[in-house]
Design a protein around this ligand. Structure first.
Ligand SMILES: [Zn+2]
Ligand SMILES: [Zn+2]
Length: 226
C-alpha cells in the first residue's frame, strides 16, 4: 500500500494519500491546509486520485477539499450526519478567525458498499461522538482470505479522524459531540476491528488498536466505570 501523510500549521491535521502500488489508483483523505503538500505527493508518487474521502467535516479536515476538487475533479465522500458541519465551513472558519473558501458540494454519502481503488477498498464505519457524522475509514487489500477490510484481526489501516488518538480521544465539547457516544464508538466499533489494525489519527502519530485498548487512559477509565 502506498501511504503518505502531510500536516502543516496551525492545526497540524494529518492529510493522507493512500494508493495501490500495482495500479497507482489512490484516494485523498481529509485534505486540509496541507493540500498543496498532498498534491505534491500525488505528483511525486505518480498516482491517479479517484476520490476525496472525509472522516468528518470539522474545518481543519476540509479546507483543502476545494483545491483537491479543482485538481482532480473526483467525487467527495462524507457521512450524511456531518453535512450540516460541511455546509457551515465558512462559519467554522470564522470561529477560528480564518477566511475559508466554501468547499464544493458533497457528491456521495457513505453507504454499505466499500469504495474500491486498485487492489484496495475503503469501508466507512460510523463512529459518532466527536461529531455526529464521524467515520473510521478501514482500508485493506481486497480478495485475499483474512485480509478483508474490517475483518477481525485483519490488520487493516484505520483512518479514524478525531475519534481516537495515540493515548487520547477526540474532544466532545463541539456541536453534536457526546462523550459516551464517542467511547461507545471506540470500544464497540473500532476495537472489534482487531488489535493488529494500524490506527492513523487525524492529529499526531500512528498507533494500533491493541495499544489503545490496553493503555489508553480514557478508554481504561471508561471500561472501569462502565
Ligand atoms: Zn474534528
Ligand atoms: Zn481535527
Amino acid at each position: 500500500m502506498i501511504l503518505e501523510v502531510r500536516a502543516v500549521a496551525p492545526f497540524y491535521k494529518n492529510g493522507f494519500v493512500v494508493g495501490c502500488e500495482r495500479t497507482r489508483e489512490a484516494v485523498l483523505i481529509d485534505p486540509g491546509d496541507e493540500v498543496d503538500e498532498l498534491l505534491g505527493a500525488v505528483r511525486d508518487l505518480d498516482v491517479d486520485v479517484q476520490a476525496v474521502l472525509l472522516t468528518h467535516a470539522h474545518i481543519d479536515h476540509i479546507t483543502g477539499v476545494a483545491a483537491a476538487k479543482d485538481a482532480f475533479d473526483v467525487p467527495v465522500y462524507l457521512h450524511r450526519d456531518d453535512l450540516f458541519l460541511y455546509e457551515m465551513a465558512v462559519q467554522q472558519g470564522a470561529m477560528f478567525g480564518f477566511k475559508v473558501r466554501q468547499p464544493p458540494p458533497v457528491d456521495e454519502f457513505y453507504g454499505a458498499e466499500p469504495f474500491a481503488f486498485g487492489d484496495y477498498a475503503a469501508r466507512a464505519y460510523h463512529t459518532p461522538g466527536h461529531c455526529p457524522g464521524g467515520v473510521c475509514l478501514a482500508i485493506g487489500k481486497t480478495g485475499q482470505p483474512g485480509s478483508g477490510i474490517g475483518d477481525r484481526g485483519s490488520g487493516s489501516h484505520l483512518f479514524v479522524g478525531d475519534t481516537l488518538f495515540a493515548g487520547s480521544i477526540g474532544r466532545t465539547d463541539l456541536p453534536g459531540g457526546d462523550y459516551n457516544v464517542l467511547l461507545r464508538s471506540i470500544t464497540e466499533v473500532l476495537f472489534p476491528l482487531g488489535d493488529a489494525s494500524i490506527v492513523h489519527p487525524g492529529h499526531g502519530p500512528d498507533t494500533t488498536i491493541g495499544r489503545e485498548r490496553t493503555t489508553n487512559p480514557f478508554v481504561l477509565e471508561y471500561l472501569r466505570s462502565g
